[in-house]
Structure formats: C-alpha cells, structure tokens
Design a protein around this ligand. Structure first.
Ligand code: GDP
Ligand code: MG
Length: 785
C-alpha cells in the first residue's frame, strides 16, 4: 500500500518511491529508502502534512508525497509470504517480503511505430504476438513476463508513437500509461539505423525523467550499412544507458536486461537527468514559469517534473492543462504562460511547439555528429531503388494492381485445388460416420448438424490461408506502406488520405483488426470515415458464400462475378466516404507525414507464425461459434418431428426454422429470397460463414450422399435442384451478403473505436443499403433476362 494509507501509530517498511527522478532523489535523501521502517506519528484525515518517524528522526511529508511511496505492512508481508508458501512466522518476515517484492521490475516498452517493440516484447517474454511492418499492429498494451537473474520482469508493449504530445490516441495512451502506471523502467526501442528521427521520442522521455534504458534495435542493419556508432558516449551524453540489440534474433537481450536491473537498482553510473537546452529566448520564459511552479511544487502531481509541466503549459498542451486545473495557482500560471508564449512567438517568429521541436532536433543532430559516422547507405540505396519503382507516378499503380490481382488469383484459382481435397476429406468423414453409427437422432445430429454445418465452411480454410499469406507479406515487408503512399492522391479524392488505405486492404482479411488499425489516423473525421467504410471491404468470412453461390449459379464467368463483388464493395465504400465528407465532416483537420519504413524481407518464421495464428483463430471459430450455430440451426430444422410419410422439404417447412423463415419472408420476398435464404441471412448475423453452414444443414439431407461425391459439390447440386434461386435472386443474395450487417465482432470493434452511435448508424445504414441494392439488382437482372 501507499505510505499515505497508514493511520496514526501504524508502521510499515518502504518498498519503493515512485515519481520522476528529481522527486525520487529528494525523497530518498530524506531517508525514505527501501527496507527502512516508518512509523506514523500523526495522520489526521484532513491534516497535511503528515508526521512520520524514520531512522529515529521526525519528518513531515505532504500527503501528495506520501502517496508516491510504496510500503509493505506486517499484514501484507504475511500475505505475500503465504502466497509463496514460505513460513511467515519467522522474525524477519517483513525484510523477506520487501526483498521479494522489490525483485519485480515493471518495464514499459516505448518507441516509434516499427521500432521493433513487439519483437523485443516477444524476445523478452517469449510469447508470439504478430509482428508487422506497419504502425497499426500494436494498438493496445500487451503484458508479458520473464524471470531473469532472480528478478521478475513485467513488460508492457505500448502503441508506437513519435512523440509524447497529446495529438494522437497513441501518444495520449503512452503518456497516460507513464502517468498512472508509473513503470519502474522505460525501455525505449530505437531504430539504430534511423537515429535522427527515433531519438526525438527519447528526448521527450528525458523531459519526463523516468528511469530509461535505450534499446538500440536493429543494430544488425546499422552494422550492415557500415555505419559506426559510439553508443556508450551517446548514452553518457544523453544520460541514458544504451544497449545495442537485435530483437529479431535475441542478440544483446541479456545485456539489455542486465542494464535494466542496474538502472532499476540505481547502480548504473551513466544515468543522469539532463535538460535539453531550449535556447536563450525559451529558456528565459521557461525559467520564469518553472520557478513559480517549482516554488509551489506541492500542488503539482509527482509523476512528472515541474519543468515538464512548465514546458507543456508553454506549448499549450490541453491534457496537461486539465491535469493542473485544480491547482491553487493555476490561473496565475496560465497568465504567465500567455504572456511568455506571446513573447516567444514574437521573438522567434515560430510557435512554441515548433521551437521546442527544432531545438530537440538540433540537440540530436549535435549529439550524433560527435558519435555517429554514416556508412555507405547500402540499404538506403536499395530501398530507394525499390521505391523509385513501386511508388513511381505511372508504374506504381499497375504494380499495385498486379499484386492485388495475383493475390486474388492465388486465393481463388490456386486455392480451388486444396479446397477440393478438403471437400473430399469432409465427404469421407461424413460417409465414415454414417457407416459406423446406427441410424437415429444422434447420427443425424452429427452428420447433418455438425459435419454438414462446419464441414461446409471448413473447406475454405486453404483459400483463407492464401489470402492471409499475401496480406501479411505485404504488411511485414513494408510494401503496404508504399501502396498507401501511391494511393494518397486517390484517397484525397474521396476525402481521406493514404493512411486510411492500409486498414482498408487489411479489411479484405478481417474487418476487426482493420478497424482497430485505423487508430493510427491522426484526424478524427478521417478515422471515423475509415472505420465506417471498412465493412464494405469484403472480408474473408464472406468468401465461402461467394465461392459456393458463384460456383453454383455463375460458373461460366465465376472470375468476373467474383471481381465485380469485390469492386462493388469498394465502390460503395467510396460513395459512402464521399457522402460523409460532404454532409457530415466538411474538412479534414490535421496534416500528417507519411513515412516509408525501410523494406524488410519478412522471415519465414514470422510469416508462418502469423499465418498459423490466423488459421488457429479460424479453426477456433469453427469449433466454437460456427459449431454451436450449426447445431442450433440443425435442432430448429429437425423439430418438431414428423413421420416418414412427410417429404423432406415439407418437414423443413414445418420445422421451427421454417416458421422463423416464413415469418421473415415478407421482408425478403421482394428480393427474391425464399424462407431458407431468409433463415440463412438471419443466421449470418454472428459471423457470415454461418450462412454457408446453415445452407449446409438446410440443403443437404445426406440421402443421395456417397463417399465419392464431395460435400461441397453436393450442396451446390442440391442448391441448384431446389429451385430456390435463379440468376437474379442469386445475384441479389450475394450483394445482400456483401453489404448487410457486418458481423457482431465488427460492430463491437466499431463501437469501441468511435462509439455506439456510429456503430448503430453503420448497422442501419448497411442493412438498408443492402436491401435497396439487392432489390434493384433482383429486378434489374430479372428484367434483363
Ligand atoms: P513495433 O511496431 O515497434 O512493434 O515493431 P515490430 O516488432 O512490429 O517490428 C517491425 C519490423 O521490424 C518487423 O518486420 C520485424 O521483423 C523487424 N525487426 C524487428 N527487430 C529487428 C531487428 O533487430 N533487426 C531487423 N533487421 N529487423 C527487425
Ligand atoms: Mg508492435
């Protein structure tokens, strides 16, 4: 607990002091160091300061200071030792508990997007999170553990940021994490081959003054380029220990962890808090504000230093203003701030923020001039050469469309072969179960409900694997960022920018991560639009139903129809985006930089891991949601029981499922859908794959089945034979599935990102549009034919 929680007469032993470096030092110099016991002389509820006795002295501390001191009481010590199965009756149990608890180091991983934080996180904690060469991959904090030399590391992987201002959700998120979680050590992942830019974040961290260790990641690339870096001097100059590592191979990891331990234990002599000189003009203003705030630092929160607050006030940082709003002297500080920032703008002819940034970049290039010798820039030249081609004004587009074409060709045309094998396997399985099991409800449940339902979807696993293989390769290699770059101009036409393009391409795989990835878009309105149009990117869950229906009703020009479906989705996205820009959000707020990360050949291992995790996810969906849905659909279609004289189709029609479908029929009849199609559409609400498994249950009855005849083609044949669909209604059905209600997971993701109102709006909008489009298509095609 915290020292401030102790009541008069109680005592505890100090575990650690939180807060910024200056505060920690001051408190520790007063004698509040680990292992020392403190007793409360007087802690009256409303009284500030509180009186303590430590090492025989009486000392008073502000309540806000005592809140930053973590202690362990006798009771807590016993609980801790009991948890660890250690005899807690011994005399020195407090000492033992403190020594145990102090061996836990909370580490936060901070760095630019693509600096290798997640790779580092994986290397340290040994877990397999997906690593991608795109800034949107890490969106939430992830936590991992590692024990090393008797210490327990608790590592948090934070979203990538370029700075710690309050402009993007990521920046705010990271800053809030530092503010509220107060990690013991911040590990700053820095791309060694791109120091100039990466060290900017380091300077931002230095202003906050936590314990920092810089991990100079991708050191292999720096060495390969022939560059030289005196990282030890650089670290000393900046007061931050630096350790070269190669996160991908785990090289340098032990040194990194050793350094973290040393810094945590205050044993690294390179650690020093520096002030980055902001130049005479700013320093003078900063001095005035800082002096006033420092004098009244009792009012300030203790996690960040007073100088930091002064700097942020000068910058006009809203979030920090909010943090300080309740301070007694806030109004005076704001008055000083307004006066001083006006003076700065006048003298420097630039705003305070720009002035700070320029100064920081100056600091970095100065530091690098002394410690860094550039190499031959082999990689840069290679990157430039590839970029010249793939981002070429004219060639860029054909190359992009070629790659997309190749992706879809492989998914559908090549994917058809393994898909056939899967079909044969499922057919065999079905046949085998029919042979082994006696006739009855249970056999029907397994054969028609489970195998019929799940089997009809699982055959598409190979197609989905191929699609993901392409998407993850594009993402990991850095190509997707280039595609976004060349698409920037096109995207501007629809009121978005290139950054929105990446989530949209990811949407072809699955809408959920795509929606989460749009967090990196700085402008709020662009973010909202991107999230809302993502569901029109036809995700892989819709693929099975396309393949089934297109193969059944449009087999002569399957490729064309399939392409048209995807293109139609994209067109709808474009129209929607344009309309939103026109009617809802007039203009775009923030300008932005689109950076081009260097190309990397993704390792085989990374690609396979990524693909496997997607497949595992897909299989889990099969074994869970889709299995349950298939069984439910089967039950509803099996009961109430009818006797053998009733024909199969009459039985279905009379079943509960048939009744539900009939109830919905009026809504769907104008689109040419019968009750079975209506039921299938309803069942697709949780996940669109379920549409196929529902049809699998409804349309295959196992009677005409033999082992040779594959499951899928049987379903296809029976669909055709049923006469439920003609060309027009099949087309309308496909369009309806493309457009209507995105799955539940997507709606939840949308709500999480941009709010429930938008999510609800999106559901209503997409379903309405789906109905209208399907209606138009049904009537138009019917009329044409
Ligand atoms: P994050 O965005 O900061 O989490 O970065 P990631 O961990 O996702 O890594 C971005 C890219 O850098 C991936 O393609 C990694 O394979 C690659 N990468 C990570 N560490 C290294 C390294 O030490 N050397 C090289 N050459 N590549 C690396
Ligand atoms: Mg990451």
């Amino acid at each position: 607990m915290r020292l401030s929680d102790l009541k008069t007469g109680e005592s505890g032993v100090i575990l650690k002091v939180l807060g910024h470096g200056g505060f920690r030092r001051r408190i520790m110099e007063m004698g509040f160091v680990r292992g020392k016991s403190v007793e409360v002389m007087l802690n009256a509820p409303l009284q500030d300061p509180i009186e303590y006795k430590i090492m025989g002295y009486d000392i008073s501390l502000r309540r806000s200071e005592a809140e930053m001191i973590v202690i362990i009481t006798e009771q807590e010590a016993q609980a801790i030792l009991k948890d660890e199965h250690i005899d807690s009756r011994q005399a020195d149990c407090l000492e033992e508990a403190v020594s145990r608890e102090s061996k836990q180091i909370n580490v936060a991983l901070v760095g630019n997007p693509n600096s290798g934080k997640t790779s580092l996180f994986n290397a340290i904690s040994g877990s397999h999170e997906h690593v991608g060469n795109y800034s949107g991959v890490t969106v939430d904090a992830k936590r991992g553990y590692r024990t090393y030399r008797g210490y327990k590391f608790v590592i948090t992987d934070l979203p990538g940021t370029y700075a710690l201002s309050a402009y993007t959700p990521e920046e705010l998120y990271v800053r809030r994490h530092l503010e509220t979680d107060m990690p013991d050590v911040v590990v700053n992942a820095v791309v060694a081959s791109n120091l100039e830019r990466n060290l900017y974040l380091t300077t931002e961290l230095i202003d906050i003054n936590p314990r920092i260790v810089v991990a100079l990641n991708m050191y292999d690339e720096l060495e390969a380029s022939g560059a030289k870096l005196d990282y030890d001097s650089l670290g000393r100059m900046m007061g931050v220990p630096m350790v070269p590592v190669v996160a991908k191979s785990g090289k340098g990891l032990e040194q990194l962890l050793d350094t973290v331990i040393a810094v945590y234990e205050n044993e690294d002599e390179r650690v020093r808090h520096i002030h980055i000189n902001q130049g005479s003009v700013i320093e003078e203003s900063l001095g005035i504000l800082n002096e006033d705030m420092g004098r009244n630092r009792d009012q300030l929160p203790k996690m960040f230093p007073p100088r930091y607050f002064a700097m942020k006030l000068l910058e006009g940082d809203r979030d920090v203003e909010k943090m300080l709003r309740n301070c007694k002297d806030y109004d005076r500080w704001i008055a000083i701030r307004n006066r001083e920032s006006e003076k700065i703008t006048e003298l420097l002819e630039e705003d305070v923020e720009t002035a700070f940034a320029n100064r920081k970049y100056g600091f970095i290039s100065g530091a690098l001039k002394e410690t860094y010798t550039p190499g031959k820039h082999e990689e840069a030249r290679m990157t430039d050469a590839i970029d010249a081609l793939v981002t070429h004004r004219i060639w860029g587009f054909p190359i992009f469309f070629l790659i997309m074409g190749l992706m879809f060709f492989c998914t559908f045309t090549l994917g058809a072969y393994p898909q056939e094998w899967m079909e044969i396997l499922v057919g065999w399985l079905r046949y085998a179960v029919e042979l082994i099991m006696p006739e009855g409800v249970l056999r029907d449940l397994i054969v028609d409900g489970m195998i019929g339902g799940v089997g009809s979807v699982i055959v598409f696993l190979p197609n989905i694997m191929i699609l993901y293989l392409f998407i993850s390769f594009m993402e990991d290699s850095g190509y997707l960022a280039r595609a976004a770059f060349i698409m920037d101009k096109v995207m501007h036409r629809i009121g978005l920018h290139g950054k929105s393009f990446i989530p949209l391409v990811m949407g072809f795989g699955c809408n959920v991560p795509a929606i989460i990835a749009s967090r990196t878009i700085e402008s709020r309105s662009s973010r909202i639009i991107t999230v809302l149009i993502t569901p029109f990117m036809s995700c892989s869950a819709r693929l099975p139903i396309y393949i089934l229906l297109v193969g059944t009703f449009f087999s002569a020009y399957a490729g064309l129809v399939m392409t048209m479906l995807y293109v139609f989705g994209v067109l709808l996205a474009i129209v929607t985006a344009r309309m939103m820009r026109r009617f809802l959000f007039k203009e775009d707020e923030t300008p932005f930089v689109m950076e081009l990360p260097p190309y990397r050949i993704p390792t085989m291992k990374a690609i396979l891991l990524h693909m496997w995790s997607k497949c595992a996810q897909y299989l889990r969906k099969m074994g869970g949601l889709i299995l349950v849905a298939s069984v439910v659909v089967w039950f509803l279609s099996y009961y109430p029981q009818t006797d053998d004289t009733v024909s199969k189709s009459d039985h279905y029609e009379n079943s509960y499922l048939g009744r539900i479908g009939k109830a919905c029929e009026p809504v769907f009849a104008p689109l040419g859908f019968g009750w079975k199609a209506s039921v299938a559409l309803l069942s697709g609400l949780p996940a669109k794959e379920i549409i196929v498994s529902t049809m699998g249950v409804l349309y295959t009855d196992g009677e005409s089945q033999d082992a040779e005849e594959a499951d899928e083609s049987a379903l296809s044949a029976q669909l055709k034979a049923s006469g439920d669909f003609d060309t027009a209604s099949a087309a309308a059905f496909l369009l309806f599935i493309l457009i209507y209600f995105p799955c539940i997971a997507t709606v939840i993701a949308t709500a999480n990102e941009i709010g429930w109102k938008w999510a609800a709006g999106s559901v209503v909008y997409s379903t309405t549009v789906a109905w209208i489009v399907a209606y138009a298509a049904y009537n138009l095609i019917g009329w044409l034919l």
